[in-house]
Design a protein around this ligand. Structure first.
Ligand code: ATP
Length: 360
């Protein structure tokens, strides 16, 4: 993206509250975000964190309480949905049941008064793009869930929007189909080159599909970055716990183990079981094995530390000789595996110092 090209989407100080007085719910608060042309961008966060509200404001279905929305540099904050160059694909697809697949895809063009021959050509091209070229004559109820999803996608893409908004579009699919569609959707996005904004609460889905991700918590963005940046360098304890699994070491425990009184996060796969003295630059701690979960190639060990905290370690199963529940164990990790994070976990995390990612 050059400096001369405005971003596809810019959100500036965006805020949305519902209700008033003591019933006021702040759904979205102080959101600043810039999404580049052609990006596959995910809004990731737990239920109720404000993702859908942000998407609905970009689409124009909801108007912000404060802030501005710019599409390609143009302020669209006060414009109606049909005056914005965006299209939305919802989780329930909302196909017209009485129309054929081809008629469903053509519909938007018909509304725009595109001539019959031209709209047929464009609709067929789009059906080819979503690999449903030979399904045009079928009715939606003669399709599988994944196929219906692709028709919904074709119907949105046929209008050539600058931006496509997708609200948990794979939510209704079973796990296997969902994985297939993740690959397909990413491939289609690459082919058509349109900016995709994708709402999901599934961290695996966001990591595997996105160019960049914004992680939401309580209506605010906690971190924006590439999947690798978010996973390898979480900036807050919430991000560390929501994206993947993480051990969060309190400032007191960090001081005791590493001599630095900051909250740290360490991934379970960066922790080793050791039997001897550790190398320079490594941190080590002894504890008692509280749980041992065999997961195939790897196993997960939960280790209780003397002061009440616990650690999760993910280690190769063939290195578990002598490890048993109730036995003592020594764990070690490199100093470089521990990242300083801002502590943003909510008080209702139950004081646990480990957290598992959303929907793994
Ligand atoms: P989910 O993954 O469950 O869809 P989300 O992250 O998309 O969640 P939102 O739907 O944006 O979250 O909701 C954010 C907050 O705003 C929630 O607390 C929700 O209850 C509230 N909210 C959303 N829409 C309304 C509304 N129309 N009236 C009142 N409160 C609302």
């Amino acid at each position: 993206m050059s400096n001369l090209t405005p971003p596809a989407i810019q959100l500036v100080g965006l805020r949305k509250s519902f209700g008033a007085g003591e019933h006021e719910v702040v759904a979205v608060d102080s959101v600043d975000l810039s999404i580049g042309e052609g990006e596959f961008f995910s809004l990731l966060g737990p239920s109720g964190s404000g993702k859908t509200t942000v998407l609905r404001m970009i689409a124009g279905f909801e108007s912000p309480s404060a802030g501005a929305i710019l599409l390609q540099g143009r302020d669209v904050t006060g414009l109606a949905p049909f005056d914005r160059d965006v299209n939305t694909v919802f989780q329930d697809y909302a196909l017209f049941p009485h129309m054929t697949v081809l008629q469903n895809v053509e519909y938007g063009l018909k509304v725009k008064k595109v001539g019959k021959a031209a709209r047929r050509t464009r609709a067929n091209e789009m059906l080819e793009a979503v690999r449903l070229g030979s399904f045009g004559h079928r009715k939606p109820n003669q399709l599988s869930g994944g196929q219906r999803q692709r028709v919904a996608l074709a119907r949105a893409l046929v209008n050539h929007p600058k931006v496509l908004l997708l609200d948990e579009p794979l939510g209704a699919l079973d796990a296997k189909l969902r994985e297939e569609m993740q690959v397909e959707l990413k491939a289609i996005q690459r082919e058509v080159g349109i900016t995709f904004v994708f709402v999901t609460h599934d961290q695996g889905e966001a990591l595997s599909m996105s160019n960049r991700i914004a992680v939401f918590n309580h209506g605010r963005i906690e971190q924006v970055g590439t999947p690798r940046e978010i996973y390898d360098h979480p900036e807050t304890s919430f991000v560390a716990g929501f994206v993947g699994t993480s051990n969060v070491l309190s400032a007191a425990l960090s001081q005791q183990l590493m001599g630095v009184a900051d909250v740290h996060s360490v991934r379970p796969e960066r922790i080793r079981v050791v039997h001897e003295v550790v190398a320079d630059g490594e941190i080590s701690v002894a504890g008692v094995v509280a749980d041992l979960q065999y997961l195939g190639a790897d196993s997960r060990i939960r280790v209780d530390l003397p002061d009440g905290a616990h650690l999760l370690a993910s280690v190769p199963s063939d290195g578990l000789v002598g490890v048993a529940i109730g036995g003592s164990i020594r764990l070690a990790w490199s100093r470089f595996a521990a990242y300083t994070v801002a502590d943003t976990r909510s008080p209702d995390s139950g004081g646990s110092n480990t957290s598992e990612g959303g929907d793994q």
